[in-house]
Design a protein around this ligand. Structure first.
Ligand code: SF4
Ligand code: SF4
Length: 184
């Protein structure tokens, strides 16, 4: 279900969010995205990592939907999408395996694109991009400084994407920019 492009959604306090997404990136902590009725990332022709550690997900995802994950050790898989670009676990009521969904789904947070200004639409994810356009962070003076630092890192990553090997993924560029900003 798509949302009206004109309707803003609160993305929360920027610095609080930056702390949370840092934990999600570094430690795999779950994200807490106020998605509402949006399900764009489940319907955007994305390959979902089903890691060897995703025991609960593996117990409910049919084996025939899993393919060896390129570049990762044996035992890690990806799950593809159907002809409509939907995750095969996505149904009329949303995620059919929500309580057992892979960690990649638990950590996904499209606010990384609102924070970095990196356009996820260049990867063809136009519905996610429409949702990203609706996010509005609460800033304030300190938040402005933190946001400027993230944007500067994003500019660097974008300008050096090929050198960094990140030219094929807006998600990888956005995550790299945030890591660059928050790592000591
Ligand atoms: S695109 Fe963003 S808001 Fe929509 S379901 Fe995914 S994480 Fe939630
Ligand atoms: S497993 Fe569930 S949460 Fe993850 S992409 Fe598929 S439908 Fe969405």
């Amino acid at each position: 279900m798509t949302s009206s492009a004109a309707e803003p959604f609160s993305a929360g306090n920027f610095q609080t969010w930056l702390g949370q997404i840092t934990l999600a990136i570094s430690e795999g902590a779950d994200s807490d995205v106020p998605c509402g009725s949006c399900s764009a990332c489940c319907r955007s022709s994305q390959f979902i990592l089903v890691a060897d550690t995703d025991v609960a997900a593996r117990s409910v995802i049919p084996a025939e939907l899993l393919f060896a994950a390129p570049g990762l050790p044996a035992g890690n898989h990806v799950m593809g999408f159907d002809a409509q670009g939907h995750c095969p676990m996505f149904g009329d009521q949303g995620c059919s395996i929500y309580d057992s969904r892979p960690q990649a789904c638990r950590t996904y947070d499209c606010r990384i694109f609102a924070a970095t200004g990196i356009d996820v639409a260049v990867d063809g994810h136009t519905e996610i991009a429409a949702r990203v356009d609706q996010w509005q962070f609460e800033l304030g003076a300190e938040g402005d400084v933190a946001l400027a630092a993230v944007r500067a890192a994003a500019d660097y990553v974008t300008a050096n994407a090929q050198t960094l090997g990140l030219e094929y993924s807006a998600t990888a560029r956005a995550l790299a920019a945030i890591q660059m900003t928050t790592q000591p």
